[in-house]
Design a protein around this ligand. Structure first.
Ligand code: ADP
Ligand code: MG
Length: 237
């Protein structure tokens, strides 16, 4: 569509792939067209989010449409909300049926930061969001506790899976955040193991990164199917 192309140009959004959903114009469109719940819009208001950032405009409708994506956007450009928003909208409410979403971050500090951001977004709404800690990897009853979204380094999830403390077979959403750093830190083996452990055939995977070196792009292409590629600005700036 001509209109989409112009809008993307205006916001410096570059996409490749087939049948890519239109970028979002506004939070109002998120509400009216995608049925975003009022608790989420209210929390965004409280956080001072007035306009969507470019990565949010494109990645949110792609993920909501059930397409996988890998995306490159600068640090500080709002990537967290770009992947958490579709997860919250799709999961709808808390459940006790096992872990439904996993977000992998390169370091425990980044995982803790992402957990804090998620918790702000779900304020006033019941959702089980858990940061994987050292104690949790060892706790015998981890899988008995409700958890909608698990946020962790690949190392800790992989460890817990190996020790059979964690069942990822029902995971519907898997996010690899800061994928360039996952590579730099040599965590690809653990990431691969977690990707394999998330064995639900209808899983939706996504990858977010500040830069997109060939290694990361290759990983994205090997683990995803018919993924949409989204670049904000330039690829490795
Ligand atoms: P990135 O992961 O791309 O480095 P973050 O997701 O950590 O960026 O977001 C950086 C900051 O911008 C956070 O404090 C976040 O709350 C804020 N932010 C995200 N989206 C918006 C928005 N649409 N409007 C205003 N602030 C936003
Ligand atoms: Mg980030």
């Amino acid at each position: 569509l001509e209109r989409d192309a112009l809008f993307r140009k205006k916001h410096n959004i570059h996409v490749s792939g087939s049948n890519i959903p239109s970028p979002l114009q506004s939070f109002t469109e998120l509400k009216l067209r995608h049925n975003c719940k009022s608790y989420l819009l209210r929390n965004l208001g409280e956080l001072g989010f007035k306009e969507l950032t470019p990565i949010q405009r494109q990645a949110i409708p792609v993920l909501l449409s059930g397409r996988e994506c890998f995306a490159c956007a600068p640090t500080g450009s709002g990537k967290t909300f770009a992947f958490v928003c579709p997860i919250l909208m799709k999961l709808e409410r808390a459940s006790k049926d096992g872990i439904r979403a996993v977000i992998l971050c390169p370091t425990h500090e980044l995982a803790a930061q992402t957990t804090r951001e998620c918790k702000k977004l779900v304020k006033g709404k019941k959702f089980y969001i858990k940061l994987m800690t050292k104690q949790l990897t060892k706790s015998a009853d981890f899988s008995q506790q409700p958890c909608d979204i698990l946020i962790s380094t690949p190392y800790r999830v992989h460890y817990a899976v190996r020790k059979r403390k964690l069942d990822l077979s029902k995971v519907e959403y898997l996010v690899l955040d800061e994928a360039d750093k996952l590579f730099e830190l040599g965590l690809v083996k653990q990431v691969d193991a977690v990707v394999k452990a998330c064995s639900n055939p209808s899983i939706l995977r996504s990858l977010f990164s500040a830069t997109l070196p060939d290694t990361v792009e290759e990983l994205a292409r090997t683990i995803m199917h018919d993924a949409v590629r989204i670049i904000i600005g330039r690829k490795n700036s």
